[in-house]
Design a protein around this ligand. Structure first.
Ligand code: FDA
Length: 302
């Protein structure tokens, strides 16, 4: 089921079919803040009220023209200015394929650099999301290049990839801060662990390494076993809570998010918004088939 949903996430025909049904759009709002920046800022404010930070993501990926990539850069500028003007506690996340990675790596790097520079002027930070493994090396190269000029940029590594331990070592050496996640894409066995227990074991191993590195990293998961193991590790190693943060997705395990914040941990919520929610929504459905049954049940309820 997971593989099928991830396969369909990139099928235009299926997307056009599914978008005819209002119920799918309604279901997407559980994971997506809304279509506009106003909607997203409202959600950030709600999170801030609960002592949680935000990271805003303008939905969109695999941009097909330079004009679209430049429009995305402009929208991220607007987002950064708005975050500064509204004085909300929030930074931004971007995807390199939205900034033109499929078109030209140098064009994409220059777009990212412009965003990071604008973020610097707004005293903000840019996290570069990690996409399919065909983009991993190019993403790391671009982030590291921009990081040599401006250090308010970090990236993401995925515990399901075999290469991740090596990538973490390289990023730590370059002083780049990391968001560690399990990984959300359909990957072949040649590059990624297929068993959850292998991914989880790698996640825990990488977590310990990140927490001992002295840099401020993000542990991005809703997995209670991993969260409890992380809490036990920092307790045992006397690592202060302000030295790292947990990150979770908007709409996923809200009680757990609030519980961690109430316990005094730094918590940041990933808040996506915009009209191009389809692939993001399909990845969220794929993570938990029960989400799909919920959509289908409501579809038949009418
Ligand atoms: P796991 O999938 O084992 O889930 C643990 C528990 O969390 C489940 O049992 C369930 O209760 C709950 N849960 C998880 N997903 C759910 C869902 N969709 N709906 C309802 N409940 C759910 N991936 C990537 O490839 N590149 C990236 O850049 C990012 N960025 C990112 C940022 C942040 C802040 C987070 C939290 C996650 C990402 N991810 C990501 C996604 C990540 O790779 C992974 O797919 C999801 O976080 C789900 O994995 P968990 O670690 O939560 O564990």
């Amino acid at each position: 089921m997971r593989a099928l949903l991830l396969f369909l996430a990139h099928r235009e025909g299926f997307k056009n079919f599914i978008l005819r049904f209002k119920i799918f759009q309604k279901a997407a709002w559980r994971f997506v803040a809304g279509e506009t920046l106003d909607d997203a800022i409202r959600v950030v404010r709600d999170a801030n009220r609960l002592r949680m930070r935000g990271t805003l993501d303008l939905l969109g990926e695999n941009t097909r023209s330079r004009a679209d990539a430049i429009n995305a850069v402009r929208e991220v500028f607007t987002m950064l200015d708005r975050i500064r003007d509204e004085k909300v506690d929030c930074n931004v996340s971007v995807k390199l394929t939205q900034l033109g990675l499929d078109l030209d790596a140098d064009f994409c790097r220059s777009n990212l650099e412009e965003i990071v520079r604008r973020a610097r002027a707004c005293e903000s930070f840019v996290r570069v999301d990690m996409e399919d493994s065909i983009y991993t090396q190019r993403t790391l190269d671009i982030v590291q290049k921009v990081h040599t000029v401006l250090d308010n940029v970090g990236t993401v590594v995925q515990a399901y990839l075999y290469r991740t331990a090596q990538d973490v070592a390289g990023l730590l050496e370059a002083g780049v801060t990391i968001r560690l996640c399990k990984g959300a894409y359909l990957e072949p066995e040649t590059v990624a662990f297929k068993k959850k227990r292998d991914t989880d074991a790698n996640f825990l191993k990488m977590t310990r390494q990140l927490l001992q590195s002295g840099l401020y990293h993000a542990i991005a998961t809703h997995d209670e076993c991993i969260i409890e193991a992380t809490k036990a590790f920092v307790r045992a190693q006397n690592i202060p809570r302000e030295r790292f943060e947990f990150q979770m997705l908007y709409g996923v395990r809200r009680h757990l998010q609030q519980k961690l914040a109430q316990e005094g941990f730094n918590v940041r919520i990933y808040i996506p918004y915009g009209r191009r929610w389809y692939p993001y929504f399909m990845r969220r459905l794929a993570e938990r088939p029960a989400n799909l049954f919920f959509v289908v049940r409501n579809f038949f309820k009418g």
